[in-house]
Design a protein around this ligand. Structure first.
Ligand SMILES: Cc1cc2nc3c(=O)[nH]c(=O)nc-3n(C[C@H](O)[C@H](O)[C@H](O)COP(=O)(O)OP(=O)(O)OC[C@H]3O[C@@H](n4cnc5c(N)ncnc54)[C@H](O)[C@@H]3O)c2cc1C
Ligand SMILES: Nc1ncnc2c1ncn2[C@@H]1O[C@H](COP(=O)(O)OP(=O)(O)OP(=O)(O)O)[C@@H](O)[C@H]1O
Length: 586
């Protein structure tokens, strides 16, 4: 039974609320009429076949090109200068760092041993349910993306003479038994910051205390003591290293601008870690295990039949950097295009690879610097770094604020009434609110696993401010759907948008007419995702009146007065404002 509260309730909500439809039920049929925009996409997509005219592969390169680019990049980032001095076996436990380039845990495992055993644990908890509302914790599209990342990591490790051992189960059970079996002295892994992941680290550490290894000849111990294997956690998820911050994590500035200015003035970004071309010898393993299939994870697969299809893995990640910076030369205009919503080129699309760790933010930084030297430096080239600092900021804040980023009142413990009305939430989730801008964005995220930054801010504002819905319902739905789901960036941005985070502007309201006019003035984006709007005149697509579904709630500010397709009084006012601004700029 589904229990929902129409007003703020003090009852424990955990697991009471289930989505009424599984995510797999949220795919949308391919429209029968071939819209102009889809043709535009087809022309843009060199790989489009007649069966995939509605999809755009990111990156849009074939597999040979991608392998070449990845190999060339690996060559630039390989070094045989460091001599290996370690003894015995070390394990590298891959988590959200599914890459070879600039992977400090992998480098340290190699340098401190004679043989490295790379391991990935398919942890069933990642495929359970979200905390409060019981949505799938990892939706089908992200699961597929992670599977692709694992297959690619295995392939790239094999190119260096290693392999990837894949086991199904909890790391706290798998890792200690491997440590015992291989007599590994150390397990290296990337440090995480949120409680679910930190709990697993603690459990692994605890379980390692029970492992008794025979004393090693290099480190003689007294006759009754044994050698204790260690878990070494390595920092690796941010562009600025945590140890280089000019403040302790407890005193990180709450306001982004202060954080950014301080780190830009006082810290440098470390160089990427280079690893040798060969990581041999390979430990002898009877069964390396297989990259899981989506069925094996108990998830119903979902095909992307429209919009962007992202390819998982480091090879694709490095190729996307090459494509965006060098091939298409889009970095020089990023700042002007970054607020777009349609197609692969308005922004970098690096986030899915950053979230899985198949792309290092420090590598992006070095590529920006190379681009600035070889092509040009301008506001746009800097702005990618500016955005990556937002990512760092949310990661570091998750240490300072702990679990409060997941709580209703957020880091500021704001007390406010929220609704959990399921009818409203479902209309938002399924893209049936009657507001094309909201509906198009929500259909995009459930179909592709991606939504633009502009779209995310708009749908967040609509859910929390126009509908008054508990922001955690939105955040958990994003947790299910997003390819780039990252607890720090997701919950950080949601608390920000819901006014319970550290935004100096507390009431961040995104007016739909204004956003529509500014960011989709021709209605191209909404018509792409809602083909029924294609037949309408461009100026009617955002407020189509009776030719579209009824609006589920009025807007908090500027409720449309007319439904005759002429636009709203508010929209017209906003349009004039927008035009005035444009004239001023000229
Ligand atoms: C409600 C909401 C939820 C979000 N959830 C996530 C999430 O789970 N994972 C995630 O990676 N991003 C999240 N973001 C941030 C942002 O929307 C995405 O990082 C961005 O849209 C990804 O597209 P891109 O790679 O093309 O970004 P670009 O515009 O090309 O930016 C380059 C990189 O900068 C970083 N970045 C940009 N904006 C932000 C931001 N606001 N916060 C943190 N990092 C940023 C990302 O790593 C991004 O890949 C969220 C934003 C909102 C408003
Ligand atoms: N990686 C993650 N992704 C999603 N949610 C996470 C992640 N890590 C932690 N959480 C969330 O953190 C929260 C932990 O909440 P819980 O209520 O158990 O802790 P708490 O007892 O409130 O913590 P505290 O003792 O710090 O107040 C949950 O909401 C959980 O879903």
């Amino acid at each position: 039974m589904v229990i929902l509260h129409s007003a703020m309730s003090s009852l424990p909500l955990k697991k009471l609320i289930q989505p009424s439809k599984p995510i797999s039920a949220l795919t949308h049929p391919i429209p029968t009429t071939q819209a102009k925009l889809s043709i535009h996409f087809q022309i843009m997509n060199p790989n489009a076949s007649s069966s995939s005219i509605h999809t755009y592969q990111v990156p849009a390169l074939d597999s040979d090109q991608m392998c070449r680019i990845a190999d060339q990049t690996f060559d630039r980032y390989s070094s045989n200068a460091v001599k290996r001095k370690g003894k015995g076996t070390a394990i590298v436990w891959f988590r959200n760092d599914l890459r070879i380039l600039d992977n400090e845990a992998l480098f340290k495992a190699w340098a401190s041993s004679e043989a490295v055993l790379p391991v990935y644990c398919v942890d069933p908890r990642l495929f359970g349910s979200t905390y409060y509302f019981g949505f799938p914790k990892t939706g089908a599209l992200r699961a597929q993306f992670i599977i692709e990342c694992l297959a690619d990591l295995k392939k790239n490790l094999m190119k260096r003479g290693l392999n990837l051992l894949i086991r199904h189960g909890k790391p706290e059970e798998i890792i200690p038994s491997l440590v015992q079996g291989f007599a590994a002295h150390t397990v290296y892994a990337q440090k995480e910051t949120c409680s679910e992941e930190v709990d697993v680290e603690r459990l692994v550490k605890k379980a390692l205390l029970q492992v008794k290894l025979p004393p090693s000849p290099e480190k003689p111990t007294s006759h009754h003591s044994t050698n204790c294997p260690k878990l070494q956690l390595v920092w690796g998820s941010t562009m600025y290293h945590m140890d280089d911050l000019p403040f302790s994590t407890n005193s990180i500035p709450d306001v982004y601008t202060q954080f950014r200015k301080s780190i830009e003035a006082k810290c440098a970004i470390r160089r990427c870690v280079k690893i040798p071309t060969s990581l041999l010898p390979t430990p002898s393993v009877e069964d390396w295990g297989c990259v899981p299939s989506i069925d094996l994870l108990g998830i119903q697969s979902q095909k992307v039949n429209k919009g962007m299809k992202f390819l998982g893995g480091e090879t694709a990640a490095l190729s996307r950097v090459f494509e965006y910076f060098w091939k298409k030369d889009l970095l020089k205009t990023y700042k002007e295009t970054r607020n777009g919503m349609l197609g692969p080129d308005y922004s970098t699309k690096f986030s899915p690879w950053l979230a899985s760790g198949s792309l290092s933010p420090r590598f992006i930084y070095e590529e920006v610097i190379r681009y600035e030297k070889e092509r040009q430096a301008n506001d746009s080239t800097y702005w990618v770094l500016f955005e990556l600092i937002w990512r760092d900021y949310f990661r570091f804040l998750s240490i300072k604020y702990g679990n409060s980023i997941f709580h209703l009142g957020g880091p500021r413990k704001v007390e406010k009434r929220w609704s959990q009305e399921q009818r409203l939430f479902e209309s938002w989730r399924d893209g049936c609110t009657g507001y094309p801008l909201i509906d198009a964005n929500m259909k995009e995220v459930s179909t592709t696993g991606f939504m633009s930054n502009r779209g995310r801010q708009i749908v967040c504002s609509f859910l929390v401010r126009d509908m008054g819905i508990d922001w955690r319902m939105g955040a958990e739905w994003f947790e299910t759907c997003l390819l780039d789901y990252d607890p720090c960036s997701n919950y950080g941005n949601w608390t920000y948008g819901a006014g319970v985070g550290n935004d100096p502007r507390e009431d961040r309201y995104f007016s739909i007419p204004k956003q529509a006019q500014t960011y989709d003035p021709e209605g191209e984006y909404v018509a792409y995702w809602l083909p029924e709007l294609q037949k309408l005149q461009k100026d009617k697509r955002h407020f189509p009146g009776n030719s579209y579904i009824e609006q589920i709630v009025p807007l908090k500010f500027g409720t449309p007065k007319k439904h005759n397709g002429q636009g709203t009084a508010f929209a017209e006012k906003q349009t004039k404002g927008f035009k005035r601004l444009e004239r001023k700029k000229k």
